[in-house]
Write a protein that binds this ligand. Structure first.
Ligand SMILES: Nc1ncnc2c1ncn2[C@@H]1O[C@H](COP(=O)(O)OP(=O)(O)OP(=O)(O)O)[C@@H](O)[C@H]1O
Ligand SMILES: [Mg+2]
Length: 470
């Protein structure tokens, strides 16, 4: 054997026996080296991967989210990033990866990725975090003080869940995120959750509303000022410096003047800031999240958002659906807010009466989740000892807006694949709920009203899961 061959077989033995995953792709994104450790992590066979295109093997990755692909494109290393992905068998894998470009021939570059499996460590730390969260929520229910995390984001709707999964991926990267959603959809919650789930979580999270200040002031606030640069200016670091190591949320970015947008773009591109009137270049180490409550492409069209800044910010796009697009989440959100305000207002409210429920489902929620939360808080303030939120607990104005066109009738139609039992259950639930709400949750009185024995009603409440948890 020549030296070269011996060398090659030693390297091969090392690659196949260490517990660090190794994955090499050529300039086309086709796997050329893939070791056992990587296969164990990803639940794949070496032979299935080698010779195949990366994106075919990992359906959840795209050319933008795959680090190997990004390195192929940029030829710049990406070091120590956390990755979460689904392998072909649907198992979620978490790793710490470093990816570097490697020269294959004089003109061709491939990419090498090394990965350490941290799924188990992550699960353990998640568990600890969850227990701590449970503990903390016992006496301190104000998320604002602790900062929101993905666990505080309520909603099962598919669109909403896909926003969450994009946001979770964003948490593992340092790329800029552009969040777009109507007012009250939860943009700030998403931004905080991304920060709190990222490895910058123990560094500052600073939010600045770009609509709140005139351009000249905002510039000083963002970039800092140097004494003497203009009348009254003092030496003060800007938010870019104050958020160093952490995350800076630029809220309502479209309200920023176009000139300042240009300056912001330059800072982001050059990777350093200069205080207003200053000469020093201060290196930037801030994760930027920007929000708009209008479609960013419309804003670009209208000339309110610079196109080049839009492209620079829009590395990861996060669309948050409106509440009217995900009405099936209303019950979950209602339950969540009732619990929250029971604690905060010291009430014992259980649920919404049927007509309130119905009205909520018909309303179009221009103020989205914030509006829903405010309505519930408002109504719960009007409740004394009762347990059920009824139309009369809302202000006259809201009452008119929401309840005037809803009639409380039972319209029973033959729906596809609904059995007689299903329909009867629906009617029964509805009548029981009405009786309870008329009798303010009193079971004996409700039974009397319905003309059934107390035990019968008890039994049905249990069967339909309508009993209040103690
Ligand atoms: N998915 C959710 N789960 C629980 N609460 C939510 C959710 N979305 C929004 N909220 C509630 O709604 C309030 C408003 O959310 P947030 O401040 O993030 O909205 P926003 O999109 O930033 O609105 P704006 O554009 O007006 O600033 C939050 O304080 C929170 O209480
Ligand atoms: Mg906001």
């Amino acid at each position: 054997m020549t030296m070269n061959l011996i060398y090659k077989s030693i390297i091969e033995a090392i690659i196949q026996n260490i517990d660090i995953g190794i994955h090499v792709v050529d300039d086309k994104g086709t796997t050329v080296i893939y070791n056992q450790a990587m296969g164990d992590m990803e639940g794949l066979q070496i032979n299935d991967v080698v010779g195949n295109r990366l994106l075919d093997m990992f359906p959840s990755l795209t050319a933008e989210t795959s680090t190997l692909y990004r390195v192929l494109n940029t030829k710049k290393p990406i070091l120590n990033t956390r990755q979460t992905y689904l392998n072909k068998h649907g198992k979620q894998i978490k790793t710490i990866n470093s990816t570097i470009p490697i020269m294959l021939t004089a003109s061709k570059y491939g990419a090498l990725e090394v990965a350490k499996d941290i799924t188990r460590e992550q699960e353990l730390s998640k568990r600890v975090e969850y227990l701590q969260h449970e503990l903390a929520t016992k006496d301190l229910e104000d998320d604002k003080l602790r900062g929101y995390t993905f666990k505080s984001l309520m909603g099962e709707d598919d669109k909403f869940q896909s926003s969450i999964s994009i946001a979770k991926k964003a948490a593992n990267s340092v790329s800029t995120v552009l969040i777009f959603g109507e007012t009250g959809t939860g943009k700030e919650l998403f931004a905080q959750s991304i920060h709190n789930e990222s490895n910058r979580a123990d560094k500052p999270f600073i939010a600045q509303n770009c609509a709140a200040l005139p351009e000249s002031l905002l510039e000083g606030i963002l970039f800092g000022t140097v004494k003497g640069s203009f009348t009254g200016a003092i030496n003060r670091p800007g938010l870019f410096e104050q958020a160093s190591g952490g995350t800076l949320l630029l809220d309502e970015i479209n309200s920023m003047g176009l000139q300042l947008q240009a300056k912001l773009l330059r800072v982001l591109q050059e990777g350093y800031v200069r205080r207003v009137g200053g000469l020093n270049e201060i290196p930037l180490d801030v994760r930027i999240i920007a929000t708009t409550n209008e479609d960013p492409l419309d804003l670009v069209q209208k000339g309110l958002l610079r196109k080049d800044l839009y492209y620079r910010l829009n590395v990861i796009t996060l669309n948050i659906p409106t509440l009217r697009e995900r009405k099936k989440d209303i019950p979950t959100l209602v339950e969540h807010f009732i619990k929250k305000y029971n604690v905060r207002l010291n009430k014992d409210v259980w649920y919404l009466s049927n007509d309130v429920k119905e009205a909520f489902l018909h309303y179009n929620w221009p103020g989205n989740v914030r509006e829903l939360e405010n309505l519930i808080e408002g109504a719960m303030n009007m409740i004394n000892k009762e347990h059920i939120i009824k139309p009369e607990h809302f202000s006259y104005e809201i009452y008119n807006k929401m309840f005037s066109n809803i009639q409380n009738t039972y319209s029973i139609k033959m729906e596809d694949n609904k059995s007689l039992d299903d329909v009867l259950e629906q009617v029964e639930r509805s009548l029981i709920s009405d009786a309870l709400s008329a009798c303010d949750g009193n079971i004996s009185k409700s039974a009397e009203k319905l003309g059934v024995k107390r035990q019968t009603l008890q039994h049905k409440l249990k069967k339909y899961g309508m009993l209040k948890e103690e």
